[in-house]
Unconditional design. Structure first.
Length: 355
C-alpha cells in the first residue's frame, strides 16, 4: 500500500489534483496496487479555513505519507496579506524547505503529437527532451529580505542571495548523476560574470566534474541560456541551475512543449518527495473545467517511477497520455485546428480509457 498526501491548494489546484487521483485509481485497479489518499489544506484555502497557509496538520500529513501531490497555491485574493501569510511565501517555500526538497526535476519533453503546438517552428522543438534541475531551497527566494524607509523619502529594499558549498554541491552532484544516466551531457547555468554566488557555483561544478570525466560539461551564462533555449533547445540535455534561474527558464522551456499545462515536476532530497505541475494556480481559468490536467497526471507518473519504483505503471500513464494526444484530444491551451477540444475532466476520462 502506498500512502499519498494530496495538497490541492488554490485556483485550478482542486480541479487538477482529483484528475491525477482518478488516473492513479485506474492504474491501481489495472495493476493491482493500492493507493491510499489523504487530503490536506495548503495555501489560500488553508488560510481561509485555519488562519495559516501551512497548518502544522498539513506538515504531519506530508511527513506521514510515502509521497505528496501538490496542485498549486496563490491567487489575487491573498496577495495583500502579510508576507508570512501569503500562499507562496507562507506555505509553498516553507513546505519545500521543511521537507528538505532541494532538487526540483523538470523534464521538458515535446510530445510527438504536439510538435507543431509550440509558437516556435516544429523542426526547432520536435524531439526535444531536456531535464532541467532547479535548486529549490536556497538562493534569492530564501535569503534575508527587508525594506526600510529612507530619510529623504522613498524606500530601500534588500534581498539576499545565499548559498553554501554543501547546498550547491548536492544539487550539482545530482545533475552529474542524471547526466550519467541520460546522454552524458551537463549544462551548468549561472551568471558567473556578475554574481559571487555563481562564481562559487562554477568552482564547485569544476571540482565535481573531475569525478565525472565521462560527462561532457559546459558552463553557460543564464542570459545566453534563455536565448539558446529559444534558438536551438536541442543542444541541451541535462541542465542544472540555481533557484530563480530555474524558475524562469522552466516557464520558458514549457512553451517549447506547447503549454505550461504539460510540464510535470518532482521535488526530491528529503524523506518524502513532492510532485507537482510546474504551473501556478491559474486563477484566470479556475473553476471552468478548462485547465490541462496532463502536467499533474504526468507528475503522478513521476511519483510512481521515482518514489515507488513502479516503472511499468508510470510508463502506462505516459503512454496513455501519448495515445490520447495522438487521437487528437486537446484542452484549450494546446488546441490546434481540426482537433477535438475537451475540458479538464473529459481529458482525464480519455486518458483513463486509453489506460
Ligand atoms: P500560472 O502558471 O498560474 O499561469 C500562467 C498562465 O498559464 C495563465 O494564463 C494560465 O491560465 C495558464 N496555465 C497555467 N496552468 C495551466 C493549465 N494546467 N492548463 C491551461 N493553462 C494553464 O502563473 P501566474 O498566472 O503567474 O500565477 C498565478 C498564481 O499562481 C499566482 O498567485 C502565483 O503566485 C501562483 N503560482 C503558484 C505556483 C505554485 O503553487 N507552485 C507556481 C507559480 C505561480
Ligand atoms: Mg514558477
Amino acid at each position: 500500500m502506498y500512502k499519498i498526501a494530496l495538497l490541492p491548494g488554490d485556483g485550478i489546484g482542486p480541479e487538477i489534483v482529483p484528475q491525477a487521483v482518478r488516473v492513479l485509481q485506474a492504474v491501481g485497479e489495472k495493476y493491482n496496487r493500492e493507493f491510499q489518499f489523504e487530503t490536506a489544506l495548503i495555501g489560500g484555502a488553508a488560510y481561509d479555513a485555519t488562519g495559516h497557509p501551512l497548518p502544522e496538520e498539513t506538515l504531519d500529513v506530508c511527513r506521514n505519507a510515502d509521497a505528496i501531490i501538490l496542485g498549486a497555491v496563490g491567487g489575487p485574493k491573498w496577495d495583500n496579506l502579510e508576507p508570512h501569510l501569503r500562499p507562496e511565501r507562507g506555505a509553498l517555500l516553507p513546505l519545500r524547505k521543511k521537507l528538505g526538497l532541494y532538487a526540483n526535476l523538470r523534464p521538458a519533453v515535446v510530445n510527438p503529437a504536439l510538435a507543431d503546438a509550440s509558437t516556435l517552428k516544429a523542426d526547432i522543438v520536435s524531439g526535444l527532451d531536456v531535464m532541467i534541475i532547479r535548486e529549490l531551497t536556497g538562493g534569492l527566494y530564501f535569503g534575508e529580505k527587508r525594506r526600510e524607509d529612507l530619510p529623504g523619502g522613498g524606500q530601500k529594499v534588500v534581498e539576499t542571495l545565499e548559498y553554501t558549498t554543501a547546498e550547491i554541491e548536492r544539487v550539482v552532484r545530482l545533475g552529474f548523476e542524471m547526466a550519467r544516466k541520460r546522454n552524458k551531457k551537463l549544462s551548468s547555468v549561472d551568471k558567473a560574470n556578475v554574481l559571487e554566488s555563481s562564481r562559487l557555483w562554477r568552482e564547485i561544478v569544476e571540482r565535481l566534474a573531475e569525478e565525472y570525466p565521462d560527462v561532457e560539461l559546459n558552463h553557460i551564462l543564464v542570459d545566453n541560456c534563455a536565448m539558446q533555449l529559444v534558438r536551438n533547445p536541442k543542444q541541451f540535455d541535462v541542465m542544472v541551475t540555481e533557484n530563480m534561474f530555474g524558475d524562469i527558464l522552466t516557464d520558458l522551456a514549457s512553451q517549447l512543449t506547447g503549454s505550461i499545462g504539460m510540464l510535470p515536476s518532482a521535488s526530491l532530497g528529503g524523506e518524502v518527495a513532492l510532485y507537482e505541475p510546474i504551473h501556478g494556480s491559474a486563477p484566470d481559468i479556475a473553476g471552468k473545467n478548462l485547465a490541462n490536467p496532463i502536467a499533474t497526471i504526468l507528475s503522478a507518473a513521476m511519483m510512481l517511477r521515482i518514489s515507488f519504483g513502479l516503472e511499468t505503471e508510470a510508463a502506462a500513464i505516459e503512454q496513455a497520455v501519448d495515445r490520447v494526444l495522438q487521437q487528437g484530444y486537446r484542452t484549450g491551451d494546446i488546441m490546434q485546428p481540426g482537433k477535438i477540444k475537451v475540458g479538464t475532466v473529459e481529458m482525464t476520462e480519455e486518458i483513463i480509457k486509453a489506460l
